[in-house]
Design a protein around this ligand. Sequence first.
Ligand SMILES: Nc1ncnc2c1ncn2[C@@H]1O[C@H](COP(=O)(O)OP(=O)(O)OP(=O)(O)O)[C@@H](O)[C@H]1O
Length: 274
Amino acid sequence: MTAAAGLRITDLTVTYPGPRAGGLVGRRTPITAVDAVSLEVAPDETLALVGESGSGKSTIARAVVGLVAASAGSIDFDGASLLNLRPRDQWARRNIAMIFQDPRSALNPRLSAAASIGEAWEAHPDVAPEGVRRDQRRRRAAVVDLLAQVGLDPDVAGKRPTALSGGQCQRVSIARALALSPKLLICDEAVSALDVSVQAQVLQLLVGVREARSLSMLFITHDLGVVRQVADRVAVMRRGELVESADVHTLFTAPQHDYTQELLAAAVDLDVRS
Ligand SMILES: Nc1ncnc2c1ncn2[C@@H]1O[C@H](COP(=O)(O)OP(=O)(O)OP(=O)(O)O)[C@@H](O)[C@H]1O
């Protein structure tokens, strides 16, 4: 492992245009969603990103995968910058896969599970498993193998999202994310839209997959109970800023920042009430 391995975000700032003040012709008031945030996710490590709604967690994830532009700062993976990539250098991001909150809208409703999983192989033929683009038998075998890794039967391969449950759709999304053998998995509230009974199973799957493949994971959640189960370290966001980061045990037993203490107290209240 080199010092530069894993994900390194330095002084990242992301600004959205914001709404126009005074109708269609008014000036836009920019919203600084992420304000000079620095954090790292080491190889084989899970960092949980927590904080209230609107604190900038998803924006960080979106900046890492290139869905929003950084206004300032840097994002590096294994020592290579992920910012300002030319189209032909987008492959640098293939080491990073993201799993979204709502699996139904993340999957193309017109595509079967097999087609969704195989899409990445068309986009990145250089890293697709041997033969899957030309040999239908190999392609089918690779899809079935990925489905098995996420606990789904082979017959799911031919089904579209509408024929699958929310939990099954999320498992297909995870299989698709694994298709290019990424090194970093970003999970943005990946279990919070699922039925409570299914949440634990999908969480267990993510933890198992992470361990089996020695992946790094950036795990965005508002659920501190989930943090305890998955994370090695925790970073706490508030209003676009990072207020505290620590290993899980330290954060839960000796939170330093007032806001972290409030978050923990609120979570305890919820536990008591439920
Ligand atoms: N596309 C956008 N255009 C303008 N503002 C946005 C956009 N996306 C997010 N924001 C704003 O940026 C801020 C951070 O949002 P973000 O979704 O990153 O927070 P979050 O911590 O992930 O919240 P949540 O847990 O609710 O998803 C919020 O004020 C939000 O309203």
